[in-house]
Every structure is written in structure tokens, then in C-alpha cells.
Design a protein around this ligand. Structure first.
Ligand SMILES: Cc1ncc(COP(=O)(O)O)c(C=O)c1O
Length: 440
């Protein structure tokens, strides 16, 4: 690409970024700038007039103006793991959380199929009123045992788990403090709960300690929410330090293990195994079934009073359908396989280390990634992230770009999710291909 074309693209990107910032501001405070516009009432009842719609439109325009095809909503035909099929072509795939290759595993699929024959495809209603299926409790008990916790409760979505659990347990008069890079579901849960919400700098337990020293006494209950492995950066917290802080300030600690279950620790038991922290030092172990566990849904493992409260009071459990038996069976089978075959975890960790080492050797900025399943390559601009992602796609490698506003513009990146099933050769080829595209 010539210098003129590159400059043109950068200017177009900047102009669109300004428009997007305006639309985002307007969406966050609807009615204020909208009221200043001379809109007729009928116009206000059209979805096209909503600032949120403008946000989506501008994002789409970005792709058109920057002449990059959209990398979103690609249709995969078959099991997406280390490789995948898109439009009839096979790709090396780095856009899947099938960390241990258990989605598509013959034994896991076989168990899920048998569950369909036995229970049908849906639980059809809430467990409290319409009753349970044995496999739902079996999964919860297996997860409780895996977490060395008293009990566990499963929900139909990981995102909804965070939202409904935080909202059910905390409210006005309470404080929720979360890592600045916490997942949207934690932030949403905190916002909707009515509790005061504060962020603290990423992984900075000292800043959290200082914050709680200042404000703890103003609140009744305090929840500290962190993640086991951060999916944007691939780094993790010093869990033992966070436990000390929570104990010092009389707070609850919640750890979201969406990306650390099956990934961290010698046998995949997550951040507590990696950091050598006892299970009961954490109050709420949250996880999702959609990643390592080859299903769909979320769970909370912890002490009996906690699980009791959630089973009777969390709206996302009480007023929502029970986990589909087929998905519960798939996740139970995946969990059993993870326990029986810890070599999958060892292999995943080796592949992650290989990716990180080779990417660094090629001169890429991998941010703070610790080389466990998630490795970002910082491109420095959204335009470059889109261009590199598209060029990789042309070369038969599927990797997602992360643009502004999901991250700061200068932190735009390609995000690689590594699976135990990636071959070492696929990883080397990927890094070498990106190095060629990036002109290194
Ligand atoms: C940290 C974290 N928590 C919760 C979720 C939501 O999980 P699910 O996609 O299973 O609903 C995600 C999803 O990626 C996540 O990354």
C-alpha cells in the first residue's frame, strides 16, 4: 500500500472514530443531545433515530471506508477448534475457546446425543417449578467437587450468571469493586444491581487495598470481582494478594474462571492451582461451560448458604429455563475428560508458550500475555489490525482483530486463542505468516 493511501485510511479512521465517540456519548446519555435536535415525535419512535443505531452504522462504515472486509459473523461449517471450515475452505483457527478440543470430541458428543434421546432437547421451564433432570445436578456436583466447594449451581448463560448473581446478592448500600478490564457481564451485573461500582487499575491489588482503606466503612457488603485469566490480554492476577486484601477489608471475592478453567494449573484446576491458593479462600468461583467445557451456560461454586440463596433467589435461575440436559451432559463429559486426561492441559500450556516465544522472537508486541491460551499481538491501530486480520484470512488463518472502542486505539490488536489441538507446525506457520505480512 502506498504512503498516500495509508495516510488517507488513517485520516478516514480518525474522522470515523470522532463520529463514533459522539454517537457513543449520545447513546450513554440519550435524550440530552437528541432533545437539542429538531426531531419530530414520529421520528423519535423509529429505531433508526436511536444513537445506538448510529454507533452500529458508523462501525460498519469504518469497514467500508477502510476497504477491509468485516471479520465478524463469519459462518463456520463444522467443529471450530484448531482448524475450521469457512465457505468451503479450511483455516487454521485462532478464534475459538475450544481450549482442550473437547467440543467435537467423539466421547463428549456421544454422551450429549444419548442425553437427547433420554431427555429431549430442552428442559422447557425453570427447575424450581418444572423439576430437575438428574444430569443437571450431576454436573453441579462434579463442578463442586472440582472446585472443592460445598455446592454449585448452573445457569443457562455465562454472561447471565454474572449479571444475575451480582444483582441478586448486592444492592444499594453495597460496593462492587472490579478490575478495570473485567468482562462486560461483571460490569453489567454491578451496574444493574444498584450498588456503588468502582473500578481499580488492572491486576493492581495495592491500588485496590488503598481504595478499600479509604471507602470500605461507607458500605455494608463489598464484592471484589476479578478474573482468573484475562481474555483481552492473556495475563492473570496474583490471587494470593487479592485474598489478603479481601480478608483485610471484610469483603467477598469473586473469581471469574471463564478462561482459566482447564487452562491454568498443572491439572487445569484454574488460577487457584496455578497460584497455590486454597479453594475456600475465594467466596464465589464463577465459570462458564462454553469454553473448556464444550457446552453453554455458567456456574457458581461456593459454600452452601451462597448456593442456597442463588437457587431460590437469583432471577436468572428462578425465572429462566434450566440448563438443557444435552448441554449439561456435554459439559459433564468434558469435565470428566479434563480430569482423566490432564495431558490435554499440559499440551495446551506448551502450545501457548510456543506461540508467545515465537511471536516475541519475531519482534511482535504481545503485551502482558503470560502465554496461556490467550496471546494478543498489538498492532497499534485499528486499521492495521483489520488489514493484518484480512491478510491472514487470505493466507488461510482465521484470527480476530480487536478494534477501538473495545480497546484503546493504540492498543488495537489481533487476539489469538490457542487450543491444545493446535499442531506446533501450525503455530510456527502462523507466526511466520504474520511476520511476513507485517514486513518483519
Ligand atoms: C470473563 C468472561 N466472563 C463471562 C463470559 C460470558 O460467558 P458466556 O460466553 O459463556 O456467556 C465471558 C465470555 O467470553 C468471559 O470472557
Amino acid at each position: 500500500m502506498g504512503l498516500g493511501e495509508h495516510l488517507r485510511q488513517q485520516l478516514a479512521a480518525k474522522a470515523l472514530k470522532r463520529q463514533l465517540d459522539r454517537a457513543t456519548e449520545e447513546a450513554a446519555a440519550p435524550g440530552v443531545p437528541g432533545a437539542a435536535r429538531a426531531e419530530t415525535l414520529p421520528a423519535r419512535s423509529r429505531f433508526e433515530s436511536m444513537p445506538q443505531y448510529q454507533q452500529v452504522k458508523i462501525m460498519r462504515e469504518m469497514g467500508d471506508k477502510l476497504r477491509v472486509g468485516s471479520p465478524f459473523f463469519r459462518v463456520h461449517d463444522g467443529v471450530a477448534g484448531a482448524t475450521t471450515f469457512i465457505d468451503g475452505r479450511e483455516y487454521i483457527n485462532f478464534a475459538s475457546y475450544n481450549y482442550l478440543g473437547l467440543s467435537g470430541d467423539a466421547a463428549v458428543s456421544g454422551r450429549a446425543k444419548a442425553a437427547i434421546d433420554r431427555y429431549g432437547t430442552s428442559a422447557s421451564a425453570s427447575r424450581i417449578v418444572a423439576g430437575e433432570r438428574p444430569v443437571q445436578r450431576a454436573l453441579e456436583k462434579a463442578l463442586a467437587s472440582f472446585y472443592e466447594a460445598e455446592d454449585c449451581v448452573a445457569f443457562v448463560s455465562g454472561h447471565a450468571t454474572n449479571v444475575t448473581v451480582i444483582g441478586a446478592l448486592f444492592g444499594p448500600g453495597d460496593l462492587i469493586v472490579h478490575d478495570a478490564r473485567a468482562h462486560n457481564s461483571i460490569v453489567q451485573g454491578a451496574q444493574l444491581s444498584g450498588a456503588k461500582r468502582l473500578g481499580f487499575p488492572h491486576n493492581d491489588w495495592q491500588a485496590l487495598d488503598e481504595l478499600l482503606t479509604r471507602v470500605r466503612r461507607e458500605y455494608r457488603h463489598v464484592l471484589i470481582a476479578i478474573e482468573g485469566l484475562y481474555s483481552m490480554d492473556g495475563d492473570f492476577p496474583d490471587l494470593a494478594r487479592f485474598v489478603e486484601v479481601k480478608e483485610r477489608h471484610g469483603a467477598f471475592l469473586m473469581v471469574d474462571e471463564a478462561h482459566s478453567l482447564g487452562v491454568l494449573g498443572a491439572t487445569g484446576k484454574g488460577i487457584r492451582e496455578h497460584c497455590g491458593v486454597a479453594s475456600d479462600a475465594v467466596d464465589l468461583w464463577m465459570g462458564t461451560m462454553s469454553k473448556t467445557l464444550a457446552g453453554c451456560g455458567g456456574f457458581i461454586a461456593g459454600c452452601e448458604p451462597l448456593v442456597d440463596m442463588l437457587r431460590y433467589l437469583a432471577p436468572g435461575f428462578l425465572y429462566s429455563v434450566g440448563l438443557a440436559p444435552t448441554l449439561a451432559e456435554a459439559s459433564l463429559a468434558a469435565l470428566e475428560r479434563l480430569i482423566e486426561e490432564p495431558q490435554r492441559v499440559t499440551q495446551l500450556q506448551a502450545r501457548g508458550r510456543q506461540f508467545l516465544t515465537e511471536a516475541r522472537e519475531a519482534g511482535f508486541d504481545t503485551g502482558e500475555s503470560a502465554g496461556f491460551a490467550v496471546v494478543p499481538i498489538i498492532t497499534g491501530s485499528s486499521v492495521r489490525a483489520a488489514q493484518w486480520s484480512n491478510a491472514m484470512f487470505d493466507e488461510g488463518i482465521n484470527v480476530q482483530p480487536i478494534f477501538y472502542p473495545a480497546v484503546e486505539e493504540k492498543a488495537a490488536r489481533l487476539r489469538f486463542f490457542i487450543c491444545s489441538t493446535h499442531e506446533p507446525e501450525q503455530i510456527s506457520r502462523t507466526v511466520a505468516t504474520l511476520a511476513r505480512i507485517a514486513g518483519r
